[in-house]
Ligand binder design. Structure first.
Ligand code: GDP
Ligand code: IMO
Ligand code: MG
Length: 432
């Protein structure tokens, strides 16, 4: 066994892309198992910046196969655009991409359906999604009646017939609910999607069989989580979550590979916390500290460009997420961003308004909203960390901060990142 999972332990954007890119050297294929074009991973390699969304990060490395598993939701024009954008940057995909024929397809009405709630007059309905049609597509998947899978696109007559029925239903619903709605033309949508399907034909396959054959040949798989464990539909801050199992819990269902094949469980965290979109965020710093982190960390969404909400590291939330995702090691990212602060804070517990202890991450939104963080304050460090290449290059206060986080999470930190470039990475020896 030498397969690995890389999963975010916060609310997304933990710099999973950088870690996956680094670990490609030790793997043969990168597998996405959930989410879709809501993900935005930025990877900087040799001074060149790449933006990835639906595409597994392994695509940047020649010789690495990339699998978009059955648990992913695919918007074909988004995927095709990404293929073209990568080609413009000189990344050849060739026969390295394998897209599950069981993956569900995002259709234009999913984007319209998302507007129903995100633009509703009822502010409480707004989740602050990425508006990529993710939620409505997963809803149709589990609802079964209206789900469309990649494989359906290769049965054109059946697809046209089915899409006609689905679109008649969606048009009735959307006309009643959206004032400016222009009904979809079933035939035009079918033509367009059959066109996409023809272009995706070389990639579409049974990825479950592909993955098991790869394992049989001793290939090492790298499972790349999108979003983060706190956005998991079951385990996250529901309903302010995404619509998939974005913790490690999604791997088996979303790829068809049982997790007994995985022996390295990496949880990725930032040295602080960010969140995009709505939802509770106990350690949020809506003040100059948060603004500073946003400025130094360039904390703006890759997909939507929205400013990310920023705050202190939340050890209660990460401890919980590490448990759910089974993390046995932590990659601690963006440590350099905290340089220059006089002191750094870490939430080590929660309490309610009257000082009563809340020992664990609450499952109910109302309870999470009541949580007040109990902070431990540690000394900051003035030094620029971006040139550090070994544990001993880090100033003592930064090392103490890393040790403190590791102890709080209850999982060892094995990688520290001090900049976006591949080389700005410190691998920590076991014996430190
Ligand atoms: P992902 O969605 O988890 O892959 O993360 P994003 O790509 O959305 O956000 C992480 C951002 O931080 C990207 O712009 C990376 O280039 C950048 N980044 C990664 N590691 C570091 C680091 O250690 N320090 C700094 N300053 N930036 C980093
Ligand atoms: P990566 O892979 C950060 C957030 C959205 C919103 C919620 C639901 O780059 O870490 P959705 O469009 O999924 O229905 O939105 O989830 N969200 C992310 N936040 N990083 C992501 O991906 C995210 N993908 C979705 O902002 O709050
Ligand atoms: Mg991101």
């Amino acid at each position: 066994m030498a397969s690995t999972c890389v999963v975010g332990l916060q609310w997304g954007d933990e710099a999973k892309g950088k870690i996956v890119d680094l670990l490609c050297d030790q793997h043969d294929a990168v597998v996405r198992y959930q989410g879709g074009a809501n993900a935005g991973h930025t990877v900087v390699a040799d001074g060149v910046t790449y933006k990835l969304s639906l595409m597994p990060t392994g695509i940047l490395r020649q010789g690495i196969d990339c699998v978009i598993g059955n648990g992913v939701v695919i918007h074909p024009p988004a995927l095709l655009e990404e293929v073209e954008a990568l080609a413009r940057q000189g990344i050849a995909i060739g026969d390295r991409l394998h897209v599950s024929d069981r993956a569900h397809v995002i259709l234009p009405y999913h984007l319209a359906e998302e507007r129903l709630t995100e633009e509703s007059a009822i502010a409480a309905d707004h989740l602050g999604t990425t508006r990529r049609g993710i939620g409505p597509c997963y809803r149709d998947k589990v609802g079964r009646v209206h789900g469309v899978r990649v494989g359906d696109l290769y049965h054109p007559d059946l697809f046209r017939e089915r899409l006609d029925r689905i679109i008649a239903y969606k048009n009735r619903l959307l006309t009643a609910m959206l004032p400016d709605f222009e009904p979809f033309d079933g035939r035009a949508v079918a033509d367009e999607y059959l066109g996409f399907a023809a272009r995706l034909r070389p990639f579409a396959c049974d990825t479950v069989t592909w993955l098991h054959q790869a394992l049989g040949r001793g290939r090492r798989l790298l499972f790349e989580g999108a979003q983060g464990s706190l956005l998991d539909v079951d385990h996250g801050s529901y309903p302010y979550v995404t619509s998939s199992n974005s913790s490690a819990a999604g791997i088996a269902a979303g790829s068809g590979v049982p997790t007994r094949h995985i022996d390295r469980w990496i949880g990725v965290v930032k040295a602080y916390t960010t969140r995009v979109g709505g939802g509770p965020f106990p350690t949020e710093q809506d003040n100059e500290v948060g603004e500073r982190i946003r400025r130094v960390g360039k904390e703006y969404g890759t997909v939507t460009g929205r400013p990310r909400r920023c705050g202190w590291f939340d050890a209660v939330a990460v401890r919980y997420a590490a448990r759910v995702s089974g993390s046995t090691e932590i990659a601690l990212m963006l440590l350099d961003v905290l340089s220059g602060l006089d002191e750094v804070r870490v939430a080590v517990a929660y309490e309610d308004d009257s000082g009563g202890s809340i020992p664990e991450m609450p499952g109910q939104l109302a309870d999470l909203e009541r949580c007040r963080p109990v902070y431990e304050t540690l000394p900051g460090w003035p030094d620029d960390l971006t040139g550090a290449r070994s544990w001993s290059d880090l100033p003592a206060a930064a090392r103490d901060y890393v040790r403190f986080l590791s102890k709080q999470i209850g999982v060892p930190v094995s990688i520290v990142s001090v900049g976006p470039e591949r080389r700005q990475t410190i691998v920590i020896d076991e014996g430190r």
